[in-house]
Design a protein. Structure first.
Length: 387
């Protein structure tokens, strides 16, 4: 077999049972069709497949044509293992496979509940729930099992884990969160599901921004907008794209994205991210980043809009720090200190080291007592993480 054939086969090995075509073949549980599909995907002839399974070419041909059947459980289990198939597809009752199906069944609930926990200010609990699920699914894939229900679940679990880590890790370790979300992008590209791909790109782009990889973040988030299948999916991405564009000091892109986000506020249902309260904070931070200090001060003086939906607790901390930053640019140290003290209390309670580091940067040189209080709280969280 040539090097090119080996490369082609290895490229297909991970994905061939996760495609829509494979789903239809497996659903029929037709051994002949399964063998033909496997050969087609891997570029194999019947002789090569026979060597893989330990049968001669003639017997493979008879199986594919349906002129021979495999009635004994041992032979069917052997083929399932050799082709990395779930045994039940070939009518084999396998305790490990039954256990796996239970993991998949409850895995979706785990991902969903972990997301709720994270948005409720319990990111550490989300990490604790997702870590064992990701480890188990990754072990399944390493063993060569890539059923269609496994890979999307693994991608969502990795993204959920990465985003939760992005809440609880300090700035110097945020690249870890981005690496976890990055692991899902290859899976997303292999499925013809724009909503799924847009969601993965959106979350990965935001973790890249938090890790300071701003150009890559904008790239991923623009891709997420392009893939968005509807206005709701687009609205979910725009606030994150605006934040990344502001951090990159790309005023033209920031303003364009914020205009579209404002237009969509009256057209789509508000969420914990896409709502007037969150967009107000993003607008403030973007104005500061793009050098429009006076405009940011005027916006702060107007006050924050009342939340129109439940806002994630961490967003309230984020806004407190941003408003304090603007107050400091206006030399309003008294109000800035009030906001930063509130931010320290909330960030400590919610275990948000990144926000404590933002407090320290905002207070540096002007509010030394607050800087020290934030540093003490950060040290306490570092010790807990190390433990």
């Amino acid at each position: 077999m040539s090097a090119g054939q080996l490369t082609r086969r290895s490229r297909h090995a991970l994905w061939h049972w996760a495609t829509p075509q494979a789903e239809a073949v497996l659903a029929a549980r037709d051994l002949g069709a399964i063998l033909r599909f496997h050969r087609t995907v891997h570029g194999m002839n019947q002789t090569e497949l026979g060597k893989q399974l330990g049968y001669d070419k003639t017997y493979i041909s008879l199986l594919e044509l349906g002129k021979r059947t495999l009635d004994d459980i041992g032979s069917r289990r052997h083929i399932a293992q050799a082709l990395s198939l779930p045994p039940h597809v070939l009518g084999v009752t396998d305790p490990a496979d039954t256990d796996h199906r239970a993991v998949v069944q409850f895995g979706e609930s785990t991902v969903r509940l972990a997301g709720i926990a994270r948005q409720s200010g319990h990111a550490s609990e989300a990490v604790a729930e997702l870590w064992p699920l990701v480890a188990r699914l990754e072990a399944r894939v390493e063993d060569g099992h890539t059923e269609r229900d496994v890979l999307p679940l693994l991608a969502r679990a990795r993204v959920g884990l990465g985003v939760a880590l992005g809440n609880v890790l300090p700035e110097e370790r945020l690249s870890t969160a981005a690496r976890w979300t990055a692991k899902s992008t290859d899976i997303a590209r292999c499925f013809d599901d724009r909503a799924f791909a847009s969601s993965v790109m959106r979350m990965h782009g935001n973790e890249l921004r938090k890790a300071g990889l701003l150009g890559a973040a904008v790239n991923r988030l623009l891709r997420a907008v392009d893939l968005a299948p509807d206005r709701a999916a687009r609205a979910a991405t725009l606030p994150l794209l605006a934040r990344a564009a502001g951090s990159l000091r790309n005023q033209e892109l920031f303003d364009r994205v914020m205009r579209e986000a404002d237009q969509l506020l009256d057209e789509v249902e508000h969420t914990s991210l896409f709502n007037p309260f969150s967009l107000h904070e993003i607008q403030l931070r973007g104005l500061i980043s793009t050098g429009r200090r006076k405009a940011s001060i005027r916006l702060v003086e107007q006050g924050s809009p009342a939340p129109t939906t439940t806002v994630a607790p961490q967003w309230r901390v984020i806004e407190l720090v941003t408003v304090a930053h603007v107050r400091l640019t206006a030399n309003d140290c008294s109000n800035a200190a009030r906001y930063l003290n509130a931010a320290i209390d909330e960030a400590t309670r919610q275990r948000l080291p990144h926000q404590l580091q933002r407090v320290m940067r905002a207070a540096a040189g002007r509010l030394p007592e607050i800087n020290e209080a934030a540093a003490d709280s950060l040290h306490q969280i570092h010790q807990e993480i190390a433990a």
